[in-house]
Each structure stands twice: as C-alpha cells, then as structure tokens.
Design a binder for this molecule. Structure first.
Ligand code: BGC
Length: 410
C-alpha cells in the first residue's frame, strides 16, 4: 500500500497514486468552500479524485444524521468532518478506521496537542486527522461602526454594552446572531466564559449542578437576553454566515462567533484592523474555548484505504496546515507550523491558543461538542434557545439547564 516510503524528514510517505475519497462535511459558506478547495486541490495534486458530500448546518448536527444513514446502510464515506465527543461516539461503535501507522511514521504524537489527541485517538489508536483549531470566544466588529461608536474595542461587559448602545443610537443593528440553536449556543460559550474560567469549567465541562443552576448561571442568561435585545427582529432562522455578511456590509455592528467568521471576512476581501476588528469576547481575554475540525476516517474496503491514508497524511502536512488555515480562519492543529502567513487575527489565534494551553485556561467549547457528548449538548441547546427566544426567563432557564443536564446524564 505504501507506494514510496521516504522517511527521515525528506518527504512525507506517499500512499496512493490514484483512487478517490468521498468526503462528508458541512463547509458550504463562501469562506468554508474556499478553504475546502485548498484540501481538494492538495488531494487532486496527488491523483486522488474528490467526491463531495456536503450537508449544510453549523456544528454538524445534520451531517451526523446523514452519516448515521450511510453507516446503517453499511456504506460509510471515506472521511467525515466531525467534532469532539461525536468522534468518540462513532469510535465506540467500532466503525472507524485506524490511522496509527501513518501517524506513527509522521510523528503526530509529538506535534498535535494533547487536547486534540484526546478526541483524535480512541483506545490508543489514531482514528481522525485534526485539520485545525477554531475557538468560539471571539467578537467580530465592523471597523467603521466601531469608529462611529467611539473607536475603542470593548474589553469588559460594561464597555460592550456602552458600544452597543452607541451603535443603536447611530442607527445600525448593534449585534447579530442566535438564528438557530447552534448559533445561540455559540454566543452562550462566550457569555458563560465572561463570568470566569472556573465558572465555565464547573458548569460546561464538569456539569456541576450547583454551577448549572446557581446565581452566576442566572446572570449568564441575563447577559444572553441583554445581547438579544440589541439583535434585529429578523434574526430567527438566519445562518451565521449571513450574520457575518451583515457585519461585513456595516448593516450590523458586530457578531459573536467562532473564527470561521473570519473566513467570511477574508473571502469578502476585508482586512483585519482596516475593515474589521477581531477581539476576544469582553472579559474572556487569556482563556480560549476551542474546537477542532477533524476528519474521522471510516472502515472502508481495501481498494479505498490507500487514498484514505494519503488524505490523512496530506491533512497533517505542515505547509498544508498553513495554507488551509489561513483561508479557514483557524489556527493549525500542529504546534510546529509558523505563523508567518497568517494575518493579525490568525497570529493572535495561534498565540492565544498556545498561552491558554500553557496556563490551563484552554477549554473545550460547549457549543461545538468539545465539552460534553451530544445528548447533554443538545439538552443545553434547547434551554438556551428557549431563553434566547424569550420563552422562559433567566431564572427558569438556569433551573431547567441543571434539570435537563441531569436527565441527559441519565
Ligand atoms: C466548525 C467550523 C465551521 C462552522 C460553521 C463549526 O462547527 O467547526 O469549521 O466553519 O461550524 O459551519
């Protein structure tokens, strides 16, 4: 299977001169499609044919449902974009492949951070190739809208509210987001983290009932509905990339979103510092809520394995990690990729990640399935959406959150 086994740092091994990969993913926005193209081109340059299986929907819920149907039919795709605990859940079902051979030859253990290995490996075996590290505690601000609102990027919750008030007075929509459960949950990651790293860890990671139902959680929900009060009335059902487009155009002032939003700004030829500003969500500086897109590899027939291993090897190629993540808005999944080609937001993402990892303030993102398994995440999504939409108040939401998590834990 190994066509040419050049090792010793000369060149990555080459697994397939031809063959094809069928890839299930949810990268359908402009910026995402541009990033996907980088991967597709890389594989095509190796003689591998790309069979595209896009299933739209941030967070991958719809993609996972489509995957279930394929696995049940005994015909899984070669590679599947997946997140955190979803990967572990599939691994438990015994349907994933084994990349340990290629990972061993290429020394993945040494360059992929432990926080990612926890999900990319199962039972000691590599089952997925991490392509990036995203994080959710970002605020994306239209630069002109910020200048019109006094020009100072908000560093604290109170400063944020004052900027939002000014944007409102200036006649624009101050903030956009929360159009579906996943989007509102992504905002909630930042809001919870803004009340302290200990609180984020206790509630979102450790699922401590007291933290889930306590006064701080009531405050988190109050903050979430405060943000909602600045969002336009047409938010419901609007996708995150359309929110980004509103910020790009200056119709809206800002958006809380993972750094895949930067992919949209860059795709629209916007420059950080000139057209838009990227900052950590106020009061979350120094901490990072991360998620990593991984390509989980399925057990496929012998005729498909060479291309599958080549794809895994290509994904971990350091040069590819740089060119892909520059477009995607994420940081590389490897720690040895230089930040030279990245813009100022990308450089910040890489630096923040390394520092948070060092300091112990790097946490799995709840909204992206890196803090708890899907059943618990979905239970949280439900409560968060109902509170965001005004169906329940902050006090009820905190109580329901604790109850829903307890029920989902079983
Ligand atoms: C993924 C990103 C993607 C975003 C929106 C997230 O769950 O990690 O890669 O861009 O969803 O589709």
């Amino acid at each position: 299977m190994l066509a040419s086994g050049l090792v010793g740092g000369l060149a990555a091994p080459s697994y397939a001169a031809d063959g094809s990969v069928e890839v299930l993913h949810w990268w359908t926005s402009g910026g995402e499609a541009a990033a996907l193209e980088v991967l597709k081109k890389k594989l095509e340059s190796q003689g591998i044919t790309w069979k595209d299986m896009p299933v739209a929907g941030g967070g991958g819920e719809q993609a996972m449902a489509a995957l279930r149907a394929r696995v049940t039919a005994g015909d899984p795709p070669t590679a599947v974009q997946a997140l955190g605990f979803d990967i572990t859940d599939w691994a438990k079902q015994g349907v994933v492949g084994d990349l340990s051979d290629v990972a061993g030859k290429e020394g993945w253990d040494k360059v992929i951070p432990a926080a990612l290995q926890n999900f990319a490996k199962y039972d000691g075996k590599w089952i997925a190739a991490p392509v990036n590290v995203h994080s959710t505690n970002w605020l994306w601000i239209n630069k002109k809208a910020l200048d019109d609102a006094g020009g100072k990027a908000p560093e604290t919750w109170d400063e944020l509210i004052s900027v939002l008030d000014k944007m409102k007075a200036n006649g624009i929509i101050p903030i956009v987001g929360g159009g579906n459960a996943w989007n509102a949950a992504t905002m909630f990651d930042s809001v919870v983290l803004s009340l302290g790293t200990d609180f984020y860890k206790a509630s979102m990671v450790d699922l401590d009932p007291a933290a889930l139902s306590g006064d701080k959680m009531v405050e988190a929900f109050n903050r979430l509905s405060k943000l909602r009060s600045y969002v336009d009335d047409n938010f419901s059902g609007r996708e995150w990339n359309l929110d980004s487009a509103m910020v790009i155009e200056g119709k809206a002032g800002m958006q809380i979103m993972g750094d895949w939003a930067k992919g949209e700004f860059v795709h629209a030829n916007k420059k950080p510092g000139e057209d838009f500003v990227c900052i950590r969500f106020p009061d979350t500086q120094g901490a990072v809520t991360f998620n990593s897109d991984m390509f989980m590899m399925f057990k496929v027939g012998a005729d498909k394995q060479a291309a599958q291993l080549q794809m895994a090897s290509d994904i971990e190629d350091p040069a590819f990690q740089s060119s892909f993540n520059v477009v995607k808005g994420s940081a590389p999944a490897r720690t040895d990729v230089p930040d030279t080609a990245f813009d100022q937001c990308g450089k910040k993402a890489i630096k923040d990640l390394a520092e948070a990892n060092e300091k112990g303030t790097l946490y799995g993102s709840m909204s992206q399935g890196y803090a708890s398994p899907a059943a618990i995440k979905n239970a949280m999504y439900d409560v968060i959406t109902r509170e965001y939409n005004g169906d329940i108040d902050a006090k009820e939401a905190a109580k329901e959150l604790a109850d829903a998590v307890a029920a989902a834990k079983g």
